[in-house]
Design a protein around this ligand. Structure first.
Ligand SMILES: Cc1ncc(COP(=O)(O)O)c(C=O)c1O
Length: 311
């Protein structure tokens, strides 16, 4: 989907015009994928808007950078303030926020350390990611997720998304809206850009971090809501066939939010409609982000936006 531009992008401490946010083709990141990034949603509220779990997202950016020995030169407080600045300057809500840090222009060669770090934060209007409120029809991918001790799954690094692209393209070509990848041991891992949850017999199952998943912030939010609702939670390695015999299944992620799965590999999940536990978690999540329920976990950072843009 085409990007709708906004006016400003934050770059290394300053707001610059959108069209000036450019890099040289010989920048290290272009050749070797040396970037880490985040995706954050800002929700429209009755008054102003709220950025969802800003601090946790920017901490994950710092964690991703730390894994790759990248020094961003900004503290967590500076980075969260920068996000608020750019969102308020652009005045667009609801929106998607994309902070990215990468190795810039300087030296060619795999060893990246002599290249300067560049940090940018952009935001723009963005709508639904997995189409259809009727549930997503997905498949198990023929591609595995990243093997342990190869590309670190806990780092949200640009290079990881070459694997995601293979999963996503294959799913699309075969008529599915998304693919679920297994880890290299054949256990369920995650979607190309989403964490996976299953429900069976009233228990909520999700794959643990050791199964090559990103530590999703929406995943954590759903686990928090489920805990509070008294839903039993099991985080354990899950065999592929759990997908076919579960009562409910859903994806979580900043892009997909909470999206229920209608079928996997053309096998209907339950009766294909959103199940009661998914529905309850979906409602609890959207009530908070849309400002219909109290923000009891302090998940939203308020921002002042001048105008609302429908997406
Ligand atoms: C591979 C992958 N897994 C899971 C997620 C979900 O994470 P979050 O809920 O923090 O957006 C994402 C999205 O960032 C992702 O790219």
């Amino acid at each position: 989907m085409p990007i709708e531009t906004t006016q400003n992008i934050w770059h290394n401490g300053d707001l610059i015009p959108w069209e000036k946010a450019q890099i040289h083709v010989m920048s290290h990141v272009i050749h070797y994928g040396s970037s880490v990034f985040e995706g954050i949603r800002c929700y429209k509220q009755a008054e102003g808007a709220g950025i969802f779990r800003l601090s946790e997202h920017m901490q994950r950016l710092l964690d991703s950078a730390k894994i790759y020995r990248m020094e961003l030169g900004f503290t967590l407080q500076q980075l969260t303030a920068a996000v608020v600045d750019v969102v308020e300057a652009n005045g667009v809500a609801p929106c998607y926020i994309r902070p990215i840090a990468f190795r810039g222009y300087g030296e060619i060669g795999v060893n990246p350390v002599a290249n300067p770090m560049e940090v940018y934060i952009a935001n723009f209007p963005w709508g639904k990611y997995v189409p259809g409120n009727d549930g997503a029809d997905v498949c198990v991918s023929s591609w595995n997720r990243l093997a342990p001790n190869t590309m670190p799954s806990l780092a949200k690094a640009g290079a990881n998304y070459m694997n995601s692209q293979l999963i996503r393209m294959e799913a699309g070509i075969n008529g599915y809206s998304e693919g679920i990848a297994l880890d290299t041991n054949g256990y369920l891992s995650e979607g190309s850009g989403e964490n996976l949850f299953l429900v069976r017999g009233g228990t909520l199952y999700t794959t643990p971090l050791a199964n090559s998943v990103l530590s999703g912030i929406t995943r954590d939010s759903v686990l928090t809501l489920a805990r509070q609702m008294g839903i039993p939670i099991v985080e354990q390695a899950l065999p592929r066939e759990m997908l076919y015999i579960c009562d409910e299944a859903f994806f979580t992620g900043t892009a997909v939010e909470v999206t229920h799965l209608r079928s996997v590999d053309r096998i209907l999940i339950g009766d294909g409609t959103i199940g009661p536990i998914t529905q309850a978690l979906h409602k609890a999540f959207f009530d908070i982000v849309n400002g219909l329920a109290p923000d009891r976990y302090n998940w939203l950072t308020p921002v002042k936006v001048r105008e609302a843009v429908a997406v």
